[in-house]
Design a binder for this molecule. Structure first.
Ligand SMILES: [Cu+2]
Length: 124
């Protein structure tokens, strides 16, 4: 009878520990997920001489990041001079801006002017 009680106590302890572990895992998972969605929302990939996605909608004050996945250098230049032009981006190099006032803005690559994209900024 004594051994059985001890065993029960041990089981209860084990249960408590695994429950605690699960909660920590769940919490860490949620935080990680929130992080990645926040970052990837406003990411524009430059690939095969095109901006992907070509149009992004962001809230005023949010960041937008371009990353060059081509072997060729590309730039990001605002037609309306909404933001300072990027340097020539090498492969895997990133360029980040912060969206300003609401409006529709177009940009292009000064090396390949046929490459264009649009940023729609809405109120935050
Ligand atoms: Cu280009």
């Amino acid at each position: 009878m004594k051994t059985l009680t001890q065993r029960n106590k041990k089981m209860a302890l084990l249960c408590a520990i695994s429950f605690l572990n699960l909660s920590i895992f769940a919490l860490a998972g949620e935080m990680k997920e929130a992080d990645t969605t926040g970052n990837q929302q406003n990411r524009i990939e430059i690939k095969d001489f095109a901006f992907n996605p070509q149009t992004v909608t962001v809230k005023s004050g949010e960041k937008i990041t371009w990353i060059n996945r081509d072997e060729e250098p590309h730039t990001v230049v605002s037609v309306e001079k909404q933001f300072k032009k990027s340097t020539a981006l090498d492969t895997d190099q990133e360029f980040t801006i912060t969206a300003g006032a609401p409006g529709t803005y177009t940009y292009f690559c000064s090396v390949h002017p046929k490459m264009t994209g649009t940023i729609v900024v809405v109120k935050s």
